[in-house]
Design a protein around this ligand. Sequence first.
Ligand code: PRX
Length: 649
Amino acid sequence: MKEKNDTGIFSEDQPKPLKPPDSFRKKALIKDDSLYREAEKDKLAFWSGRAEDLQWMKKWDQVLDDSNPPYYKWFVNGKLNVSVNCLDRHVDNGLGNKKAIVFEGEKGDTENLTYEQLLKEVNKFCNVLSNLGVGQGDAVTIWMPMIPEAVVAMLACTRIGAVHSVVFGGFSPDALKDRILDSKSKLLVTADGANRKGKVLTMKGAAEEALEQCPSIEKVVIAERTGTDYDVKEGRDLRWKDLMKDADENFSAAEMDAEDPLFILYSSGTTGKPKGILHTTGGYLVGVNTTHRYVFDHHDDDIYWCTADIGWITGHSYIVYGPLSNASTVFMYEGTPDYPNRDRFWELIEKYKITVFYTAPTAIRSFMRWGNHFPDGRDLSSLRLLGSVGEPINPEAWLWYFEHIGKGKCPIVDTWWQTETGMIMITPLPGVTPLKPGSATTPFPGIEVDIVDDQGNSTSPGQRGFLVIKSPWPAMLRTLYEDHERYEHTYWKQYPGIYFTGDGAWKDSDGYLWIMGRVDDVLNVSGHRIGTMEVESALVDHQSVAEAAVIGKVHEIKGHAITAFVTLKEGVEGNEELLQELKSHVGKKIGAIARPEEIFFTYELPKTRSGKIMRRLLRDIAEQRDLGDVTTLMDPQVVAAIKKGYTEK
Ligand code: PRX
């Protein structure tokens, strides 16, 4: 991130942009600015043209209905089925024998599914779902490890017209429970267990804690992954294998309206309650199909690997729906980059001859720290394109990625987007855009963004402002599940008619965008979005805690590390044992990713005279900055006390 000078203007001295390597550009799908020009001329015609690339059961009457903002409709009255576009279409086009999924487990076990085989599996699971009473519009929660069954379950939901809600496998049973309750799912698809760094984690057994409090769940389908035992509740729990054994391999896909809900994905916001982000069918598929094709320069012989988990939007859009709708071969890995060795990812790239690799800056920073000998010891020559997502990538990490992984010949697409946007919004086109390390460059064709000040005026180059999106885009969220008010309030109230991203950014004089991170109380920990309020709610849920304030402290690898300041109830002593207990409590309420790195006990939190917690001051204390004026505080002494406690730790 660039240094700000005294005037709040960001440094303009940029490194020279790097042109796409000739070897890459020659073979790139897009070599010039034609897509940008086409979209500039007529945005709706551009998107309509992209939609023509998909298979529709009935063509739309209107590309965009913007008569009732912020409730936009895309491809009005168009009918299609997502699974048909991801599977049948390719089989019908003679690609049945092409590999759709190449899977490797943590232990080295492998599984390949061709498009034809994947279609059969999906059809079988549709019959299973249908026999269990799941139909159009029903919600299905999927809580699974990174295994092909998770993709089968997602695609089967889309084929039937059920709405999936995938919950990240690393979330706790408590978090799972909240998400099941909110979506009112009828069915849970899970696994017996998950492999994690040589250990087996119980999944079905853990899910039981959630299920006790989830009356909407009628059936639970359990895939076998680890052979872990679990109690079977007769009449409710069913084994994936048993159900699939005799299931029919044919299932006729439902004709879905372009605006029918496709999935709900919960994401953190500024309150304790996660937001159920709702995506619909037609626009979403057009958005992810188009961006996957052009941003990742899709070639038929690619072996494409996105390292995200399927439980995040990156997994939805760029492991499942984008690449499969483009008939890509998707590599899927169950494990982590450091098990059994810290060259595991490079070993896999060498073994499978991965051509396109998409990962997160937090991972790249870890790779850097582990040392160059890990990637240097492997043959990475199959790679031709690299991607980054989830948080700002610092120029140092960008350059390391470019040199040590891409060997100077692979463009890097730094892609900015959100769970809400559904699709990549700001990104280079790899055969076209000169790159500046650390900048996500410019908006994708057809996307209109700006950086504005408090009043909504466009900022000048070098000046920090808020990143906004000025016109609707096909894969945009349509609302928050059963909470229209929060949808309007969160995204559309700051600047009427304009989507507020919650990110701060600035642009340079070449029009390149530099994203600076969240401006609200949302943290980005290792590329995962976590609301400070969520962690605070989890802390105050503990019997000993009176009040809590959570901040993100800048962290070299993770981006942010969760730091909590806690006041205890009268008579409770803050000792090491309680500190560990509180960390575990947050882990239990949300999941290991939300476990605070540091917790400090304090007799009071710094508050304004109106009682608002001053998180900014806590951040300054944690990052050891000068605190400036603290006279507006209700109790100025409290800062000195916290500071003392902090330095004495
Ligand atoms: O702050 C931005 C950051 O991640 C946020 C979105 O988080 P989430 O919905 O979890 O989706 C992550 C994967 C798309 C954004 O508001 N972010 C994402 N990508 C980038 C980024 N910040 C800077 N550069 C990026 N490339």
